[in-house]
Every structure is written in structure tokens, then in C-alpha cells.
Design a protein around this ligand. Structure first.
Ligand code: ADP
Ligand code: MG
Ligand code: ZN
Length: 635
């Protein structure tokens, strides 16, 4: 499934490197030999303790020297040409001394030699060697002479050769604008002369900006694949090492290597790992990171884009990048890689199901509509989960059911069928979800309910899904209000059926969601009559210490109180509205809850059967306006 390109063609082996490995091995061998020389002398035979006892009983032992657990001694007659032997006393053997005495062996007790003296010497020698090694490595790193420092200062970049990179723009669905922007880079890499001839300045660096999993890495590879040039990829975090100077040396190495392969692409993933604003951020010394960053800047200034070298970088935090990186002549071109919209999601699903046999009932557009907010990586994962599920159930083809299952799993975590709900919990959940579902169904501006379930999944005990018919970029106030009423339907149903004192904590995420939503309505969308179309609170830009965006309060205490009041008023109003509606449709609520207990999962079709067709979405004035505009005379 995963079409991540493999690490084909790593660095070609370096001659210098193997020479050093050879020397290193030689030293180890010599060392071992010397140590062996010290411990066993020629003519000395290693005996097991049992063999030793046998020699004693046979009367072939003249003398023993006992030093702690070690017993050395001399044979009376040679054994296999050895005159002496050594053996180890496994445990204390109390019968040994009497036995030796009886056999008339001369016994010499030795003071246990100060072993620690020896090991201390070795420790000092080892320590010196290690320090020497470190100095050696660091010197190499600082001097940038990569061959001297083994591979420490080697950039860890992976080189993908042009002929093995099979990724093309057609493998990337959606993000049309990004592809268009990058097409220019491809053109340049293919025919640099053309651009150079008319003196067009080609960007040196292009920064891909987008959330994780939106396909930034994939796009970068596709650029290389389209242009048929080599592709060096390295992750920003690989530059950051313990030793000061190593990162910078790696950057140098990367660029010098890349220049040899020009025209080519250098791709720095997770640029923010090295590219954070200097002098900001947590932790002790940033010397290493800053040096690395400086080196990147130096290298970028140091080459001419007519050399055919283009640096692509990716980040999901452009806001924390050091401004120096974004200056002209560096990453002055930004390409935004958006999360896919409904069409792009369908296209991505198509790409990733190319090699998956699909059953006839599969409609990828439905899955695409049900997965707003999913990234390309999520969708790839979804298809994979669906295929796994089909295989688990011994199906030859992936069905719609598999895809739905996978969608839930990816978005909410695995089902927890094994979680045993008490009878009360079950009914509570059934009514709660039925409350959402009914209001979702009967309120015309809500998206149609797609599925209701009381099978626990992730943190949720039950879920009501709805499916937007078209991807929306904006919503109107009445729609927002109906959404809130539906969201309050769960809690309202609990209160209606079980009483005020028996409402449950199961509504917490609804409440959380609604509170945020209404706050946005009031403070950002200007949908409150009292507070008017004013933006309250300001989102601050680049952030200190890499924290998330913070909202600065730019209003008075009095306004603050008004906002809180307004938010509370809207939510309470919607809650009461939900209660009223559910009371009116109590019969349907009971029916739905009962059916949920029986079946656990209900689809949109089931709902239609139980509750009747949902009312059509309406936009009352729009039709009037259109009519008026068409025949102005009648107005
Ligand atoms: P990023 O680098 O933005 O975090 P990746 O490029 O590593 O994301 O995307 C991870 C995987 O998700 C890709 O290997 C690809 O299979 C899939 N993917 C993401 N976006 C797309 C897309 N637009 N079209 C097709 N596949 C995509
Ligand atoms: Mg990536
Ligand atoms: Zn709920």
C-alpha cells in the first residue's frame, strides 16, 4: 500500500571510510591478542573444575596456587604437553582443601591481587583513547573535512536517483495550486538554459507549508520525479546532534555533494527543527542549532541558482521559522499545501485504491464526503485499514462496509465492543444519540444524518454522524443555531426521559464543542445582536517559545462579561429549543432509542424509514431574490 519511496541507492561506499574501519578492526584485534597474552601463558592448560579434581585424585598435581577463585598449578606429569594448568573454583568447595591435603599437593595461598589496580589502568587507557577519538572526530567536524571524522559530519541525506524515483504529479491528488507553482521548478530543472538565456531569476528555495500528512514530502519527490533529477532528502532533525559543529558540517557536506549531482533537488523536511527563530525556544544551549542554521543560510547564499540546484523544504510551522530563512534569495517562495477538499479527497482515495479490488457497491464519493479534515495520509491509512478488514473477514474485495469501518477507526480509534456497558449506560447512550439524530433529521438546515451508533469507540460511547452534501466554506446564522440545537439534543433527551437530576456526563464533549463554537460566533463571526459585528480578541502572530497561537484580549472587562453572557444566552436558548422539539417528537425519540438498543447501528436510510423523509434545505429569501432579479418588472 504505502508508496513511500524506499531508501534505494544510499551513499556509495566511501574508500576512506572503509580504510578507517579496517584500521579500527586491526586495533581491536591487536588489543584482544595482547589481553590474551596477559591472561594465559603457553604451556598452561585450561581445566574444568571436574577435570581438575580428577587430576588431583589421580595424584598428578604437584602444586596449587589459590588466589580467590582462580587456581593455578603444576602437573607432576605433562598433560597434553602442558606442565601447568589453570581452573576456576565455581563456588566455595569445602571438600577441596581436605582433598588436596590428602593427595599431598603443595598448597600456596596467594593474596588476592589488586584487580582494581589493573582495571583502573585499563580505564585510564580507555578513557584517554575515547577522549582522543572525540577530539579527532570534533576536529574533523569543525574543519569540515568529512573524511577525517568517519561519518559524523557526513550529511545523512538519502539520495534518490532519477531513474528509480517513479513518483509523478499524477500520484499527488488535489493541491492543484501547489502543483502549478512547482511546475515552474520542474521546467527550470529540465531546461535551465532556457531560463538563464532570458535572465529570469529562478527561486533558490521553495518552502512547502502545510499540516502533517498533506503530502509535502510526496510533492517534493514528485517534483524530482517529473524533472528526472536526483533527489537528496534529509530531515531537519538529523542536523541537530549533540556535538557542536556536526550539524553545520553535515550541511556543508550535503551541499557539496548536491552540487556534484546538479541539476538536482535538495529536500529538507521539517525545516523548523533547525530553522526556528534564533534566540527563541526552550532548552539550554542553542549553539548547535544556530550554527547549523547559519550554515544553511551561508550555503544558500553561496550558490547561484543557475547551477541547477534547488532547495525544497517543508514545514508545518512557518510561523516559528527564523525570518532570515524567508528573505529573498533563500526560501522566498512559499507553496501552501492545503488539507484536501471533498473532490481532492475522492481523488486521493482513487489513487490509493488503484491496487485494491473494490466491490461494486463502493462509492468513494460518499467516503470522501464523510471525511472532512482528513489528510492524504489519513486517507491512505483508511484504505489500508479497509483492506485489512476485508482480509480479516476473508473477503476478496473491499466493500463499502469495510471502508466505513476504516473511516470510523481512523477518525475515532478502534471500536471497543468489549467494553461492557451497564444497562443504564446503554439506554442513556441510546436516548442521547437518538436526541441528536432526531434533531439532525428534522431541522432543515442541518446536514443529513448519515449514521447513528451506540457502539463505543475511542473515547465516545455513541456517535451520530452527518454528512455535508457540499463542502462548505461559510455558514449562516440560522444554520449555526440549528447545529447547536442538534448538538444540545443529546443532553436534552437525557433530561426529558430521565429527569433533571439524572443527566449524565456523556454530554461533556457536546458542551465543550458548542461553547467554543458559540464563542467563535460571537467574537469572530459577529453573529450576536448585542455585541455586533466586532472582532473580540486578537490572534497573535509568531509565537514565543514555540507555543500555539494565543489570543490576546483587546477588550474591556465589561465586554468580557457581555461576551460570557451572550454565549450563555445562546446556548441556553438552543438547549430549551431542543427540549421543546424533542417533547413534541417524543414518540419518535422512544422508537429510535428502542431500535438503537436492538440494532446498535442505524444508517441514514434506516432513519428515513423510521422518521420519514427529512425536510429539504431551504434558504427562504434566495428564491425570492432570484425571481426578482429575473423579472424586475414584477417586483
Ligand atoms: P507530509 O510530508 O506533508 O507530512 P507526506 O507527503 O509524507 O505528508 O504524506 C504521507 C502519505 O500520505 C504519502 O506517502 C501519500 O501516500 C499520502 N498522501 C498525502 N497527500 C496525498 C495526496 N495529495 N495525494 C495522494 N497521496 C497523498
Ligand atoms: Mg513529510
Ligand atoms: Zn452527544
Amino acid at each position: 500500500m504505502a508508496r513511500k519511496s524506499k531508501r534505494n541507492n544510499p551513499y556509495p561506499p566511501q574508500n576512506n571510510q572503509s580504510m578507517y574501519v579496517g584500521i579500527f578492526l586491526l586495533i581491536v584485534l591487536l588489543g584482544t591478542f595482547v589481553v590474551l597474552q596477559f591472561t594465559s601463558q603457553p604451556g598452561e592448560k585450561n581445566l574444568s573444575y571436574t577435570q581438575f579434581l580428577a587430576q588431583v585424585t589421580n595424584g598428578n598435581v604437584a602444586l596449587v596456587r589459590i588466589e580467590g577463585q582462580v587456581i593455578q598449578g603444576e602437573f607432576k606429569n605433562r598433560v597434553e604437553n602442558a606442565t601447568r594448568f589453570v581452573t576456576i573454583l565455581p563456588l566455595m568447595d569445602e571438600e577441596l582443601l581436605p582433598l588436596l591435603k590428602q593427595a599431598g599437593v603443595e598448597i600456596i595461598g596467594e593474596k588476592v591481587k589488586d584487580q582494581s589496580g589493573w582495571s583502573l589502568t585499563w580505564m585510564i587507557v580507555g578513557g584517554l583513547l575515547f577522549v582522543g577519538f572525540l577530539l579527532f572526530v570534533m576536529r574533523g567536524a569543525q574543519a569540515g573535512d568529512s573524511s577525517r571524522a568517519f561519518t559524523f559530519s557526513k550529511s545523512r541525506a538519502r539520495l534518490h536517483r532519477e531513474n528509480t524515483n517513479k513518483i509523478r504529479f499524477s500520484d499527488v491528488a488535489g493541491c492543484e495550486e501547489a502543483k502549478q507553482d512547482l511546475q515552474e521548478v520542474v521546467e527550470f530543472l529540465k531546461r535551465p538554459e532556457k531560463f538563464n538565456a532570458i535572465g529570469a531569476r529562478i527561486p533558490k528555495g521553495v518552502l512547502l507549508v502545510g499540516s502533517p500528512g498533506t503530502g509535502k514530502t510526496l510533492l517534493a519527490k514528485a517534483v524530482a520525479g517529473e524533472a528526472r533529477v536526483p533527489f537528496f532528502s534529509v530531515s531537519g532533525s538529523e542536523f541537530v546532534e549533540m556535538f557542536v559543529g556536526v550539524g553545520a558540517a553535515r550541511v556543508r557536506d550535503l551541499f557539496s555533494e548536491a552540487r556534484k549531482h546538479a541539476p538536482c533537488i535538495v529536500f529538507i523536511d521539517e525545516l523548523d527543527a533547525v530553522g526556528r527563530s534564533r534566540g527563541a525556544g526552550l532548552g539550554g544551549s542553542h549553539d548547535e542549532r544556530e550554527q547549523t542554521l547559519n550554515q544553511i543560510l551561508v550555503e544558500m547564499d553561496g550558490f547561484d541558482s543557475s547551477e541547477g540546484l534547488i532547495i525544497l523544504a517543508a514545514t508545518n510551522r512557518p510561523d516559528i521559522l527564523d525570518p532570515a530563512l524567508l528573505r529573498p534569495g533563500r526560501f522566498d517562495r512559499q507553496v501552501v499545501v492545503d488539507k484536501p477538499d471533498v473532490k481532492a479527497r475522492e481523488a486521493i482515495l482513487k489513487i490509493h485504491t488503484r491496487k485494491v479490488p473494490l466491490a461494486e457497491d463502493v462509492d468513494l464519493s460518499i467516503i470522501a464526503r464523510g471525511t472532512p479534515g482528513f489528510t492524504g495520509a489519513d486517507l491512505e491509512n483508511l484504505v489500508n485499514e479497509a483492506a485489512l478488514n476485508a482480509a480479516r473477514n476473508n473477503r476478496k474485495k473491499v466493500t463499502m462496509e469495510d471502508l466505513e469501518f476504516a473511516k470510523d477507526k481512523v477518525s475515532l480509534g478502534p471500536e471497543r465492543r468489549s467494553l461492557v456497558l451497564s444497562e443504564e449506560d446503554k439506554w442513556m447512550t441510546a436516548y442521547h444519540e437518538a436526541g441528536h439524530a432526531i434533531l439532525g433529521h428534522i431541522l432543515p438546515l442541518n446536514d443529513p444524518v448519515h449514521k447513528v451508533t451506540i457502539i463505543p469507540r475511542g473515547q465516545a460511547l455513541g456517535i451520530t454522524y452527518h454528512l455535508p452534501e457540499v463542502e462548505k466554506r461559510s455558514i449562516v446564522k440560522e444554520e449555526a443555531i440549528q447545529n447547536i440545537i442538534m448538538a444540545m439534543g443529546g443532553r436534552a433527551a437525557e433530561e426529558l426521559k430521565f429527569g433533571k437530576d439524572y443527566i449524565s456526563s456523556g454530554a461533556s464533549s457536546d458542551i465543550d464543542h458548542v461553547t467554543r463554537f458559540v464563542r467563535t460566533m460571537v467574537c469572530e463571526w459577529g453573529m450576536s445582536d448585542i455585541l455586533g459585528p466586532v472582532r473580540y480578541g486578537e490572534t497573535e502572530g509568531p509565537v514565543f517559545l514555540g507555543k500555539d497561537l494565543v489570543t490576546r484580549k483587546n477588550f474591556s472587562e465589561k465586554i468580557h462579561e457581555l461576551i460570557d453572557e451572550e454565549v450563555q444566552k445562546i446556548i441556553t436558548h438552543c438547549y430549551e429549543e431542543a427540549l421543546k422539539l424533542l417533547k413534541k417528537h417524543e414518540k419518535k425519540l422512544d422508537l429510535l432509542a428502542k431500535t438503537l438498543i436492538e440494532k446498535e447501528v442505524l444508517t441514514g436510510e434506516d432513519l428515513k424509514e423510521l422518521l420519514g423523509e427529512a425536510p429539504k434545505k431551504q434558504f427562504p429569501r434566495l428564491e425570492l431574490i432570484k425571481k426578482e432579479l429575473e423579472n424586475p418588472s414584477q417586483a
